[in-house]
Design a protein around this ligand. Structure first.
Ligand SMILES: Cc1cc2nc3c(=O)[nH]c(=O)nc-3n(C[C@H](O)[C@H](O)[C@H](O)COP(=O)(O)OP(=O)(O)OC[C@H]3O[C@@H](n4cnc5c(N)ncnc54)[C@H](O)[C@@H]3O)c2cc1C
Length: 263
């Protein structure tokens, strides 16, 4: 035990970490024994997984858990809830606020391996794992003739953007990303897995459309698709501030030059 404490006290200042509490170490061990996925402790893999879009959001969890499926998330939540272990939830890690997606001396759950993209057989919806990047998801649907509203920056992941509302290049056509969600697969604090839709757990369904992370852990989202030619067009409208804006808006919209952005 004394050797272990000595090892931690030497290792942690090296990485700039504080000592993990014995309590959270027990939580990490319990999840490790539950075999839900990788459990990363401080070291090279941990450091790579703990990177955030903004350094302000990078904290120092005792371990990082990477479940591979919904059952693994549910099992993790049951263990963490039963032992009252503090934890944070991260999809793409793009929120810069400290504490939004990482934690000091607790456990961070990282969804990077829950990342599949499945187009329904009638092509009217696509189901995305929350750990998928938007680039992964859009790449899977290339050349299918359907599209769906998703993030505009490839490395943001499905979970945080969708739960926060989500602005898409397709928003002028179909609205917020969350407006187009047909179903959320959610792990509740009890570890129960539910599907929230307009007809099932409808209050939860509504709360998750912009409610972000406070109502459960979402593992999959089903988003409605629309037929698409595969072309996306864009442009900008500039209004002079010292003129009659309404008249200018009408004129500009008539004369806007559309720029082909990408196929
Ligand atoms: C470079 C950049 C480009 C961006 N582009 C866009 C854009 O085009 N459109 C747009 O609308 N926004 C955009 N944003 C904002 C972005 O949507 C938010 O920062 C969003 O929270 C990022 O989601 P994430 O999964 O990457 O982040 P995270 O920080 O991992 O998640 C955000 C929050 O949601 C929670 N959360 C994550 N996953 C889950 C889950 N599965 N279940 C429950 N809670 C969860 C986290 O705990 C955290 O509090 C951009 C941000 C950046 C930095």
């Amino acid at each position: 035990m004394a050797l272990k404490v000595l090892a931690w006290s030497l290792l942690y200042p090296t990485f700039g970490y504080t000592m993990p509490s014995v309590g959270t170490q027990k939580c990490c061990n319990a999840v490790h024994q539950g075999r839900v996925g990788d459990v990363l402790r401080p070291g090279a893999e941990y450091a790579a997984a703990n990177i955030r879009w903004s350094v302000t959001a990078m904290l120092h969890p005792s371990c990082i858990i990477q479940p591979v499926d919904t059952a693994g998330v549910a099992h993790t939540v049951r263990i963490l809830s039963a032992a009252a272990c503090p934890f944070a939830v991260k999809s793409g890690g793009h929120t810069p606020t400290p504490g939004a997606n990482d934690i000091n001396n607790g456990i961070t759950i990282d969804f990077r391996y829950i990342n599949e993209t499945t187009l329904s057989s009638d092509r009217r919806s696509v189901t995305l794992g929350v750990g998928s990047t938007w680039l992964q998801a859009y790449t899977q649907l290339n050349d299918t003739g359907v599209a769906f509203p998703g993030g505009r920056y490839g490395l943001v992941r499905v979970g945080g953007l969708t739960l926060g509302g989500g602005l898409s290049f397709f928003s002028p056509k179909v609205g917020w990303v969350a407006d187009n969600v047909l179903n959320f697969e959610v792990v509740l604090a009890s570890g129960e897995v539910v599907n929230a839709s307009s007809t099932n757990h409808s209050h939860l369904f509504r709360a998750l459309k912009g409610g972000s992370s406070n109502f459960g852990i979402v593992t999959r989202v089903k988003i409605q698709t629309f037929e698409s030619t595969g072309r996306l067009w864009g442009g900008s409208v500039a209004y002079p501030c010292n003129d009659n804006t309404t008249e200018h808006a009408k004129t500009s919209q008539r004369t806007i030059t559309m720029t082909k952005m990408r196929r």
